[in-house]
Design a protein around this ligand. Sequence first.
Ligand code: GSH
Length: 228
Amino acid sequence: MKLYELVGKDKTQGFSPYVWRARMALAHKGLKVEMVPLTFSEIPELTGANAKTVPILEYDGGFITDSWDIAIFLEENFSDKPSLFGGNAGKAYANFFNFVSFYNLIVPLFQTLVYDIFNELNESDRDYFRASREARLGKSLEEAHENQLQNLDIFRKQLWPYNMTLKSQEFLSGDEPAYVDYIMYGLFQWAKGVSAIEIVNEDDQLYRWRAKMDDLYDGLGQVIKTRA
Ligand SMILES: N[C@@H](CCC(=O)N[C@@H](CS)C(=O)NCC(=O)O)C(=O)O
């Protein structure tokens, strides 16, 4: 099994939030996977996958090219291993959170991190990234960066329900971590992989939650180095 991930100049620092969901989900199921680093321009060149984005899971000669599809595939094909969702109600909640996290969390965090991501990229990816992201932002990367702290504030204001939830339970999924936690953790790994900015306050429940997430599966997430 191979999991294709997204890297910049440093091939050990896969920073895609969506890949981290899949990576944690594979570890949750106790499955060994070979990580394969790709730059942005290499993704569409991957023979047989016909994919524009990562994560891409290669399994038994086939390719699964979306993080949610990968989660469903793992849940259905490895049903003897710990569940990612804890049943149908949990699966429906995770599906909902998948969209909530995009709208409320990924979008403001993208605006916060976009210039830092650019700086991490290989030279060969920079023109593509600048053109595609400036079209999405409707402004230059530099202009977005000028508002980094305002965007971080918008992101942080969204965190209240998660901090409140974590006051009375260990993980977003309950007593044990599961897929909803991996969706959230992907955001933290994304920020850590590209930026020195701290996205949560030390007294936030999410700060403590992240430390627990970092320890899971032999400290898998700690492969991403904290930036000075
Ligand atoms: N819906 C997809 C989204 C994945 C996605 O947007 N991946 C980004 C990296 S974080 C990507 O590969 N982008 C390639 C590009 O923009 O060219 C999923 O959940 O797998």
